[in-house]
Design a protein. Structure first.
Lengths: 440, 293
């Protein structure tokens, strides 16, 4: 713990000290707390440096605060102590928590208007910003790193099983045929997944235009109830359970533990965030395909669009107007086409503006890197419905934990899909009611 | 005749006690009172407002069958952690006590694991036993042993118990060794001359004379298993599969610091405090009677 807090502190000092000595007139500092580590952290720091070098009025000080949960916690604890940063990176499941904390946040649209900064909400991709927008269409936070689930396929594994290595199964029944053959050819892990709740329940629901929760997945109010125990979800989870029993699906863990198994070649097919692309490309020593998340062809209107995961940047309340002008400038800088396009191409996260998408296209990136545009097409192919705009639930992190617990019982064969989903819904609803009470 | 130091000044004893009392009040009574008060609130995460809800946090917890199950999980976990760490430590202490050459090296090596933080211990054990990357898991698979801590609750529990117990062995070892060295050699020699075998000597002389140490370690180990193991759970299983390794203290952490549900988390802390208090009272009341000082 000490180490973690010391490193950002030391970096902050290293950044602050020279600037204090160097410039006679102190710049306005913008504190930015984030959860990006490793390569992503380096890329983020490069963006911050670029912004700081581009003007001399403001100085953004980025500090790594641990994983998403830890960063949110740090922000909350700091707010309670009156020491909150200007910008806080919060993962998508924390959205409802942040929205409900009306006195703690400064909505992006409001901040932009007050700072008289250029801000055109229609420049952003609706499928991405929709997650962070109120029912009236006002943007509360700026999406920073957004991704959506896609299917990764190891071509060598398909070939070894006597299948066409170029095949791109579009539907789950097609996937099943391939999995059976992979199994017959001796594969120990034909299929695995990361983030099971996000991919196989949240996105499954949106992709088939089926509610995950009532009240437009919680966008319509905190009196929402979970609804992911419908026929579609039960059918899908039952199928996965059957695959688990037959050795077609091998469970890897609650987060993205499956990534290592796919990259090492152990697992042949893998559903994971589009942002997993950079890692797969860097580590896998086999050719691979990235294709759309499969769907159930018997569901009318499928595929709809998938929803995002990742995080957005929230401005926190209690700072000076001048500082908010700096935050507004910084957010506009991050939204600029060049920065966005670069970020998108480096990481596999989605671009947040149409301009960045167009720029990436112009640069010929998608042709050179086949599969990198799958995610964005899958997300923006159809106008989002109220079932596919996003999910906004209080206590969502804990609800996901409940879903993980219940699904584990299904994969182990201890519970039927229907019983497990019913149980997850009723346990999750209690948490929703607690959230509703606490924000009343 | 008893010799007593007396104070003429009435205030002086209180003054001398003040530092200790202050420490106790600031670091124990104050936080405990805070927890008690918070357990009656349903606050929002940012501290913008809180509703006083009387005992509804407790009602909510005791109405949750998963929470009740967590008591059993904690009992199983604590029992095996305490049993494993104490018995291995005793075994090692007895063996190390008899080493003639290189005694220092053995002792140092046995004490080392205590310097490892719980979370790090968890990660290390996970690296060895994780089904797809673990070295030992690889050989277990080769040997045809079914091993699936990701989905099998018993396997997961075995793994976290092993990691938690391993980390505590050093501490117990240290105390057992000191205890063993305090036993007069003449007693053991006399018994040996009378024809008592090794096991007999251990059972009738050494173990009873170690009982104060054993009792002390029992209390310490149970408290350890209850409170200090959440780092291990967090890094290894996140309480899963299902809730098979969700012990009470992990749930306090998960609900409070991951879920931001501070009311429920505070209520759970209060319950935990009562449980450990009760356990300690029971231990001092009933088990201490069998201790020979």
């Amino acid at each position: 713990m000490k180490f973690r807090t010391m490193i950002p502190a030391a970096t902050a000092l290293a950044v602050v000290l020279p600037s204090m000595i160097g410039t006679a007139q102190a710049q306005t500092q913008i504190q930015f707390w984030h959860a990006m580590q490793g390569r992503l952290g380096e890329l983020l720091n490069a963006q911050v440096e670029k912004f700081n070098a581009s003007q001399d009025e403001y100085e953004v000080v980025a500090a790594y605060k641990g994983n998403y949960s830890e960063t949110l916690n740090a922000g909350i604890a700091a707010f309670r102590a009156g020491e909150q940063p200007h910008l806080l990176q919060v993962f998508e499941v924390g959205t409802a928590t942040m929205m409900a904390a009306k006195g703690a946040i400064k909505p992006v649209y409001e901040m932009m208007a007050e700072a008289k900064a250029e801000f055109d909400p229609s420049a952003y991709l609706a499928a991405v910003t929709g997650y962070y927008t109120t029912a009236d269409g006002e943007m509360l936070s700026l999406p920073y790193n957004s991704s959506t689930p896609v299917l990764y396929i190891n071509k060598d594994a398909l070939e070894a099983a006597g299948l066409d290595p170029e095949s791109k199964p579009a539907t789950w029944p097609e996937v099943e045929e391939i999995l059976v053959k992979l199994k017959e050819s001796g594969s120990e892990c034909p299929f695995t997944t990361a983030w099971q709740s996000w991919v196989h329940l949240e996105n499954l629901s949106a992709y088939h235009n089926t509610p995950f929760a009532t009240k437009a997945n919680g966008f319509g109010g905190t009196d929402t109830e979970l609804a992911f125990n419908g026929d579609l979800q039960v059918k899908h989870i039952s199928k996965l359970a059957e695959w688990a029993k037959d050795g077609l699906f091998s469970y890897s863990g609650r987060r993205n533990e499956g990534g290592a198994r796919f990259r090492s070649g152990e697992c042949a097919m893998f559903t994971e965030s589009s942002a997993g692309y950079a890692g797969v490309k860097a580590e896998a020593d086999f050719p691979f395909t990235v294709t759309n998340l499969p769907y159930w062809p018997d569901v009318e209107g499928a595929p709809q669009n998938t929803i995002i995961g990742g995080a957005s940047l929230w401005a926190m309340s209690g700072h000076e107007a001048e500082e908010y002008s700096g935050v507004a400038d910084f957010l506009n800088f991050l939204s600029s086409a060049e920065i966005q396009a670069q970020w998108h191409q480096d990481t596999g996260y989605l671009p947040i503006t149409t301009a960045a998408y167009e720029l990436t296209k112009e640069q010929g990136f998608y042709e050179e890197n086949p599969g990198t545009d799958v995610a964005i097409i899958q997300m923006t192919g159809k106008a989002p419905t109220e079932n596919s705009k996003g999910i906004r639930l209080g206590n969502f992190d804990q609800i996901r934990a409940i879903i993980d617990e219940e699904l584990e019982a299904v994969w182990q064969g201890d519970k039927e899909a229907k019983a497990a989903l019913d149980e997850a819904v009723s346990r999750g609803n209690e948490l929703l009611r607690r959230f509703e009470q606490s924000t009343r | 005749m008893e010799k007593r130091v007396t104070f003429d000044n009435r205030l002086l004893p209180y003054l001398l006690l003040t530092p200790q009392l202050l420490v106790t009040i600031v670091f124990f009574f104050w936080p405990a009172a805070q927890a008690l008060y918070q357990s009656l609130l349903l606050p929002d995460p940012f501290g913008l407002g809180a509703r006083f809800v009387w005992f509804s946090n407790f009602e909510y917890l005791f109405g949750d069958s998963y929470y009740l199950q967590s008591f059993i999980t904690t009992a199983v976990f604590s029992f095996f952690v305490t049993l494993a760490s104490m018995s291995f430590a005793l075994l090692f202490a007895v063996l190390a006590d008899q080493v003639i050459k290189g005694e220092g090296a053995y002792k140092t090596l046995l004490i080392w694991p205590y310097a490892v933080a719980p979370a790090v211990a968890g990660v290390m054990w996970l690296f060895m036993f994780q089904p797809s990357i673990g070295v030992l898991a690889f050989y277990m698979k080769k040997a045809g042993i079914h091993w699936d801590p990701l989905l099998n609750g018993t396997h997961a529990m075995t793994l976290v118990v092993a990691a938690a117990a391993w980390k505590q062995i050093s501490y117990n070892f240290l105390f057992f060794l000191a205890g063993l060295q305090a036993i007069p050699k003449s007693l053991i020699e006399a018994a040996a001359i009378d024809g008592a075998g090794r096991w007999h000597r251990f059972r009738t002389i050494i173990f009873p004379l170690l009982s104060p140490t054993t009792f002390f370690l029992l209390v310490v180990n149970i408290v350890y298993a209850f409170f200090e193991t959440f780092g291990i759970i967090h890094t290894m299983t996140l309480g899963g599969p299902g809730q098979s390794t969700t012990i009470l203290v992990y749930k306090v952490y998960a609900d409070g610091f991951v879920g931001q549900d501070l009311g429920s988390s505070a209520a759970q802390s209060v319950i935990l405090m009562v449980v450990v208090g009760l356990l300690t009272v029971i231990q001092f009341r009933y088990i201490e009677r069998r201790v020979h000082y």
